[in-house]
Design a protein around this ligand. Sequence first.
Ligand code: NDP
Ligand code: 2IT
Length: 489
Amino acid sequence: MQTGEHKPPFLFLCYNHAQIKVQIKPEGIQKVSNAVLEVKNPYLAEVIEKTKAKNANEPEFIQAMEEVLSTIEPVVDKHKDEYQKNALLERLVEPERVISFRVPWIDDKGQVQVNRGYRVQFNGSIGPYKGGLRFHPSVNQSILKFLGFEQIFKNALTGLPIGGGKGGSDFDPKGKSDNEVMRFCQSFMNELQKHIGQDVDVPAGDIGVGAREIGYLFGQYRKIRNVYEAGVLTGKGLEYGGSLARKEATGYGLMYFMREMLKEHKIELNGKTAIISGSGNVAIYAAEKAAEYGIKVVAMSDSSGCVYDKDGINIETVKFIKEIERGRIKEYVEQHKGAEYFENDGSVPPIYKIKADIILPCATQNDINLETAKILVANGAIAVGEGANMPTTPDAINYFLENGVLFAPGKAANAGGVATSALEMVQNSMRFYWSYEEVNQKLDIIMTKIFARCKASAYEYGVKDNYVAGANIAAFRKIARAMKAQGII
Ligand code: NDP
Ligand code: 2IT
């Protein structure tokens, strides 16, 4: 990997609006081992093949499973007989429980609507199932199984006692009134409450689920169960059991991880440029912390398009549009006349054609494919930090690693959100609150340690600087030990 400040020479302009320059490959960058590797261990190869066959209609789950399993081969090599005898990998890829249920609700016109709700309780070996709820029309079992699977490893990396789970619905909160959202959340909780509890399973937010939805869900849980069990959900409002700094935690945590990773490679954050896909909870607070570190965030997006502001995105404007008005990112240009808006056209999202040093995908899965990765590398990207879950396809990750781009995998880099959720649970159990500074400092320490774990495991297993493998190995070793200790269950 490179040492010293990264100052690549630039060749030519290639994108009309954004002064994009193509970079000559800097000296000193060496090839890093790939993220998704060809597996030689026969037991591991067999588990991967059988899992693919058994879940053939779940492409996102297969993608997440294959990435993890292919990178833990050196650990499996060491423990092959033990894992095989106990079917440890076969048990790891099978959720402990998948719950799917009907969610009927009445819209503002009096019409009954029906959505499908889910909770995937994937692995509870190191603590109560923990993970967000996603409300988005694309939600299906494959997506929630990939998210639940990722969550097992992410939660293990935090060092806190939380197992892995995920849930959600194909309900689309966009364009719905507050009352419709409330009625949906109440109906969703009517069923979900049978399966959760502060020591059982603790949901939180994700795409489409923020403070408003958590409030309605918590209210219905309290009404049905007649108990003030604050720790049953996280991401709550500050008035009723929420934690200071939870809202900021995923985005800030991402930047703490990036700070550590770039420091390791002797690269200054100050003075760099960044693009951040998405403009939701994770993107907004990643942008805020990036600006604090002296990084100029030049573009942000939503699912319709992106805004480019060469002077740096004004994050207060984005917060107002997104958090207060629930509007679209294109409204940004009405308030910042120098800024430009580019609509998606179905090919490479326009945000990824804008030149920047640091790339922070904070929207959704499989946002950056190989074609996009090639553009980003050609435009001189130094580092990618996944604020979203699995925003980069495996071939794109490999391309980044092969081209010396530092890569921070989501399950490590975006773990600050769930880690702070666990800190919210701690405060709920104590019936006491920490100050903003206390929570934020704990978050910083947790993210710093996560980076150290990824680095140490990558080094120990001969894949130095490959933090994808490092994160998977560090997390897997802990989960494997916990599963083994608890017998065949
Ligand atoms: P929000 O709902 O707050 O924001 C989501 C953002 O991503 C919006 O800008 C949205 O645009 C965009 N987006 C969503 N779906 C798509 C899509 N299919 N194509 C393009 N853009 C899309 O969610 P979060 O910020 O909470 O979550 C963002 C990512 O971070 C997700 O991958 C989530 O799993 C992950 N994450 C979240 C954590 C948290 O604490 N919230 C913790 C760790 C990871 P639009 O409004 O147009 O839909
Ligand atoms: O993907 C994630 O880690 C989250 N959406 C946060 C989960 C949580 O329980 O806070």
